[in-house]
Ligand binder design. Structure first.
Ligand code: ADP
Ligand code: ASP
Ligand code: MG
Length: 468
């Protein structure tokens, strides 16, 4: 088989874990042709973003202490992941060069006092640039040939939507095949940085937070893999986040549609856009646990999951969201007023996760990512006051969380919504907004952030999601 394997930040968080990844890849590459996609070491992308933002405020002291601890973490990981002194030396040299380059970039940002989307993407790309050589070294240390590539070197070409870039799939497939096929045919394991790519001008882009999953499915399609395996720190896609509900159960099988729905609504185990490419080509995806490789994980294919009787299959808590309410008597019966609101958000690359409106049409409520709130409100105000004043007020709530209850068989099952809302009411928790997609695959609603976990736990229990 041809398998693309992606190892998430949680699977490469330490040298010891990276050594284990080297071992796993070696075992599978004896029987299969394997290509590897790797994330940054756990927590590194967040710290890069934070330091980029600090640098913008001209905080140079922060840069030096950051880069030296980043260098130390990666050297420590190299030393414990790799036994061979010569491979260690090779990797450390690359690491030192990359960190020195990062320091220059951050210093530049500090002097200019500006972190543009371009420079932010470049800074973010260093997490994977630093992890890939170590993983490649750990594979070589197990006597398996390996070569590492950045997404750009491998041939992933995207549009210029920095931070949420989309691959130009035909061109990308052609380049990936041209560059990686010969490597794989020689029995060499290519290790490609997840998350990062480049636009047509060669400027580094990234495909969205958690986007190494997306890189893996892009490779899966381009290299015509038989399966894509997403290795993480839990057994597969579960009925809810096991960190929130320890009784959460692994779902052995899901359709692309079900898994995508779960990903969009916060099941962190899968990137929301990752299932697009494989769905078209019908390539199975498996979510597997690096710490429990005997378990075959969750298999995602075209077929819906087996249990046809259970209407609710999973529940997710979506944190870091905010609610925007737009009011205006002039919106009532004014054709195109909703379109104008969405047009403004779309043009500013703000994704609307949930929408709800009153029959009176005088109000529309939306849920967006919390970090987009400032951009959303200012742009709505500027654009809609200008365009004939169809809105009178924009209010926001940033201390909210969204809950999504999902299941393909909710469709046509009476009473699911009332049961859900009864559970919430019994807990004395107030619902701020409700939305149900016409697909009826999910019901989602918004509560105050402090109540989110309790609501998820109660729904999980009430619908017996811990039992098959
Ligand atoms: P990785 O570093 O492997 O990409 P992530 O942190 O992105 O890992 O995703 C794995 C985490 O997602 C798990 O540790 C788990 O806590 C969380 N998670 C949230 N919801 C779910 C779910 N429904 N199923 C599985 N994991 C989930
Ligand atoms: N390192 C990137 C992130 O933290 C991509 C990934 O881990 O999938 O978002
Ligand atoms: Mg992830």
């Amino acid at each position: 088989m041809r398998i693309v394997m992606k190892f998430g930040g949680t699977s490469v968080g330490s040298g010891e874990n990276i050594r284990h990844v080297g071992d796993l890849v070696t075992q599978y590459s004896k029987k299969h042709k394997v290509a590897v996609v790797v994330s940054a070491l756990a927590g590194v992308t967040n710290s890069l973003i934070e330091t980029g933002c600090q640098a913008q405020k001209s905080d140079q002291v922060q840069i030096e202490s950051f880069t030296s601890s980043l260098l130390k973490r990666h050297i420590d990981a190299t030393v414990s992941a790799i036994n061979s002194k010569s491979i260690q030396k090779e990797v450390i040299e690359i690491t030192e060069k990359s960190v020195a380059e990062l320091e220059k970039v951050l210093t530049g940002i500090c002097y200019v006092g500006e972190l543009t989307p371009k420079s932010k993407n470049y800074v973010m790309s260093f997490g994977e640039r630093l992890s890939a050589p170590i993983v490649c070294g750990a594979i070589k240390d197990h006597k398996t040939q390996s070569l590492f590539f950045t997404g750009k070197e491998a041939g992933i070409v995207t549009d210029s939507n920095f931070g949420e870039a989309t691959p130009l799939m035909n061109y990308t497939s052609h380049l990936l095949r041209e560059r990686l096929d010969p490597v794989m045919e020689q029995g060499i394991v290519p290790v490609v940085t997840g998350f990062t790519a480049a636009n047509q001008d060669g400027i580094v882009t990234t495909v969205g937070r958690g986007g190494s999953d997306y890189t893996a499915t892009i490779l899966g399609v381009a290299l015509q893999a038989d399966e894509v395996w997403i290795w993480t720190d839990v057994d597969g896609i579960m009925t809810t986040d096991p960190k929130l509900v320890p009784a959460a159960r692994m779902l052995p099988q899901l359709s692309y549609q079900e898994a995508a729905e779960m990903a969009i609504f916060g099941a962190k185990a899968m990137h929301p856009r990752a299932l697009g490419p494989v769905n078209i080509e019908n390539i199975p995806v498996r979510i597997r646990n690096t710490h429990n490789p005997k378990n075959s994980g969750t298999l995602i294919t075209k077929e819906p999951a087996e249990n046809k009787t259970k209407p609710v299959k999973a529940v997710a808590l979506i944190k870091d969201v905010a609610m925007v309410n737009v009011y205006g008597a002039a919106m009532v019966g004014a054709p195109g007023s909703y379109a104008k609101v969405f047009d403004v958000l779309g043009k500013n690359n703000i994704n609307v996760m949930m929408v709800s409106s009153a029959v009176s049409e005088a109000n529309i409520s939306m849920v967006i990512k919390r970090n987009m709130l400032g951009r959303a409100v200012s742009n709505i105000e500027i654009a809609l006051h200008e365009r004939g004043g169809i809105i009178s007020e924009v209010t926001t709530e940033d201390d909210v969380a969204a809950i999504a209850v999902m299941g393909a068989h909710m469709k046509g099952t009476l009473g699911v919504a009332s049961k859900i809302f009864n559970i919430v009411a019994k807990k004395g928790i107030n619902i701020r907004m409700i939305a149900q997609g016409s697909s009826e695959l999910n019901i989602s609603f918004v509560v105050k952030e402090k109540d989110g976990a309790a609501v998820v736990q109660a729904i999980h229990e009430e619908f017996n999601l811990d039992k098959p």
